[in-house]
Write a protein that binds this ligand. Structure first.
Ligand code: FE
Length: 210
């Protein structure tokens, strides 16, 4: 089984003017595709051939782990953004963020601080832990929160290749543009709904209710 490069959820110019078509083109066609291609080359004919990305992230090491994580992280990042996103969430998500962080503004400030402050290449994440609590964390290089037993809800890629053509060294401006205009609140809400559904339907949970 070959790991496929997923189709982008929107056209390459959809995030203009905040992320240019040129940046998205390089990022997807060169960087994301390269991680997928390198992964397929590394696993072909090995015991890892046929495993899905999440299994590879949880069980492999070295280049296989790094390329699997980068392949997964980038698909998650494309879905973390959308044209007309950013700003403030509404409804249950706004209530949850207030409960967990004190206010939506405090959540935003934490995510901005982590994204801007990541040393070198990495990722900023909103995650949910096994107890259902939310946290903002960073990960270095390719690292993926699934390895830390955390469920990702949204991410911002802060590798230079994500913003250098548009913002040069001004990572702060890139992060602010995402938070103001692109962050996909619907994706966060959908990821939380998936977690809740899986808990409701899990055999252990059902047994506990009997
Ligand atoms: Fe990237």
């Amino acid at each position: 089984m070959t790991i496929e490069l997923p189709v982008l959820p929107y056209p390459k110019d959809a995030l203009e003017p905040y992320i240019s078509e040129q940046t998205l083109g390089f990022h997807y066609d060169k960087h994301h595709r390269a991680y997928v291609d390198k992964l397929n080359k590394a696993i072909r004919g090995t015991e890892n051939d046929g495993k899905d990305l999440e299994t590879l992230i949880l069980t492999s090491q070295g280049d296989v782990y790094r390329n699997a994580a980068q392949a997964w992280n980038h698909t998650f990042y494309w879905n973390s953004l959308k044209p007309g996103g950013g700003g403030e969430p509404t409804g249950d998500l706004a209530v949850l963020l207030k409960q967990e962080f004190g206010s939506v503004q405090k959540f935003r400030a934490q995510l901005a601080e982590i994204a801007k402050g990541e040393f070198g290449s990495g990722w900023a994440w909103l995650v949910m832990n096994a107890q259902g609590h939310l946290a903002v964390i960073n990960s270095d290089n390719a690292d993926n929160p699934l390895r830390m037993k955390l469920t990702p809800l949204v991410t911002i890629d802060v590798w230079e290749h994500a913003y250098y053509l548009d913002y040069q060294n001004k990572r702060e401006a890139y992060v602010e543009a995402i938070l103001d205009h692109l962050l996909n609140w619907d994706f966060i809400a959908a990821n939380i709904a998936t977690i809740i559904r899986s808990q409701v339907t899990s055999p252990m949970r059902q047994a506990a209710h009997r």
